[in-house]
Write a protein that binds this ligand. Structure first.
Ligand code: ITT
Length: 201
């Protein structure tokens, strides 16, 4: 990917797992995490991934006075009517660890047979030129899979140890970072977002 600007782009995320993946995919972009500007996390008051991604990008652009990229993502489980969805990061409560969230998900699906354990990761990436940008660039990625009955693997973050990837016959926590980025909801959304940014320049 190529991108030329003298301006940095602030990445509106405090999640180190995400930041690593985003920086690896947008390696040619001058991206700086919002923590470098001491920007605290925005309150995610939206009920959709799109709303929350815009809230985060606007917040980071406002406080840094720079263009901003934000990611709102999560896991959507059919047997749970779409939960955890937008509250994936705090499914087991505010401040919950990845392990707490994974455990709660496995418990919620305890009696659900394999054929009904379908799920998908969703990622909405937003680029805003400035905090009042009326035309944010919005890109969504979707990654289909199944929820396992136990945690397997140690790569990645969040729900990766319980997300079974049928094409690879392993969980996303068993995939090398390059393969996860090639397949994942975040990889898809970032490549699409990059095209939108290039087209706008
Ligand atoms: P920021 O808002 O600071 O970016 P966050 O973790 O609070 O960090 P979200 O509100 O977007 O971000 O929640 C996303 C959650 O969804 C994340 O914490 C994981 O639990 C889960 N998730 C998203 N993408 C994932 C991935 O690639 N692998 C595993 N879990 C993922």
């Amino acid at each position: 990917m190529s991108f030329s600007t003298s301006q940095n782009i602030v990445l509106a995320s405090g999640n180190l797992g995400k930041i690593k993946e985003i920086q690896a995919i947008l390696e040619d972009y001058p991206i700086v995490a919002q923590s470098a500007f001491n920007i605290t996390e925005a309150e995610e008051t939206g009920s959709t991934f799109v709303e929350n991604a815009i809230i985060k990008a606007r917040h980071a652009a406002f406080h840094s006075k720079l263009p901003a990229i934000a990611d709102d993502s999560g896991i959507v489980v059919d047997a749970l009517k779409g939960a955890p969805g937008v509250i994936s990061a705090r499914y087991a409560g505010v401040g919950a660890s990845d392990q707490d969230n994974v455990l709660k998900l496995l418990q919620a699906l305890e009696c659900v047979p394999e054929t009904q354990r379908t799920a998908r990761f969703i990622c909405v990436m937003v680029f805003m030129e400035h905090a009042d940008d009326p035309t944010p660039l919005i890109a969504q990625g979707v990654w289909e899979g199944l929820i396992t009955t136990q945690a397997i693997g140690s790569q990645g973050f969040g729900y990766d140890p319980v997300f079974w990837v049928p094409s690879e016959q392993c969980t996303s926590a068993e995939l090398p970072a390059t393969i996860k980025n090639a397949l994942s909801h975040r990889g898809q959304a970032l490549r699409y977002l990059s095209n939108l940014i290039q087209a706008r320049k």
